[in-house]
Design a protein around this ligand. Structure first.
Ligand code: SF4
Ligand code: F3S
Ligand code: FES
Length: 235
């Protein structure tokens, strides 16, 4: 089928402001949006800039706005969009670098702020082996282990658009992953960080994050669990 791909363009050294380029492409219904971008670069304009790596929904590098909604270009098929015109734009709320590429550093700074790693300085069990967990203990945080740090959630959140200092849903998901891990010993430190002015209380339960997540993580529920943990922790 023939379709039109409308692509957000901005070259920081040449353009005063962004514009859109329109490309007519011959595509299959089973092509992914990433395939369309590859087609543009191979056949029309090799200067088009976007990020991609795995092309299989694993690395999280090609999140963008596709027909107005955040998603991974390598996971969304032409047939899913039910339209002969597809618009691709960079994520909102992060500084634009070029075309579809945004600066992820503010996003990763928020991620780092919640101590996204296991903290436990206690001696290992006597046999020197791993700290064992029951299946139920592991299940407690299973959902939030699935995050691939694509930023689709945080950049679809109206609270983040209004206040870029808000830690955002992705950082909270990654805090949840360790707060509810019974091997970890820094839960209280993380909860203190999340209770601060830029933490979870800026979440207004908009649910955009949950809708945007390509890993189907129950983000709003994870945020609610953190809010409950905070209420119980400080009462
Ligand atoms: Fe992406 Fe989902 Fe992780 Fe957010 S929680 S960064 S949407 S994988
Ligand atoms: Fe934002 Fe998600 Fe809360 S979209 S307001 S973090 S439920
Ligand atoms: Fe890796 Fe899409 S390119 S998730």
């Amino acid at each position: 089928m023939e379709l039109q791909l409308k692509v957000f363009r901005f070259h920081p050294e040449k353009d005063l402001r962004p514009h859109y380029d329109l490309f007519s492409l011959e595509a299959e219904a089973t092509d992914r949006v990433l395939d369309l971008l590859e087609m543009v670069r191979a056949e029309h304009d090799p200067t088009l800039a976007y990020r991609r790596s795995c092309a299989h929904g694993v690395c999280g590098s090609d999140a963008m706005r596709i027909n107005g909604k955040n998603g991974l270009a390598c996971k969304i098929l032409v047939r899913d969009l039910r339209s002969r015109q597809i618009t691709v734009e960079p994520l909102l709320g992060l500084p634009l670098i070029k075309d579809l590429i945004v600066d992820m550093e503010p996003f990763f700074a928020h991620y780092r702020a919640v101590l996204p790693y296991l903290v436990n300085d206690e001696p290992l069990p006597e046999d020197g082996r791993e700290r064992l967990q029951s299946p139920a203990e592991r299940d407690r945080f299973d959902d939030t282990t699935k995050c691939i740090l694509c930023a689709a959630c945080t950049t679809s959140c109206p609270s983040f658009w209004a206040n870029r200092l808000y830690l955002g849903p992705a950082a909270i998901v990654n805090a949840h992953r360790f707060i509810f891990d019974n091997r970890d010993r820094a839960g209280a430190r993380r909860l203190k960080i999340l209770a601060e002015r830029q933490g979870v209380w800026l979440c207004r339960t908009a649910f955009n994050c949950t809708e945007a997540c390509p890993r189907y993580i129950h983000i709003t529920q994870a945020i609610a669990e953190i809010k409950n943990a905070l209420l119980n922790h400080f009462i």
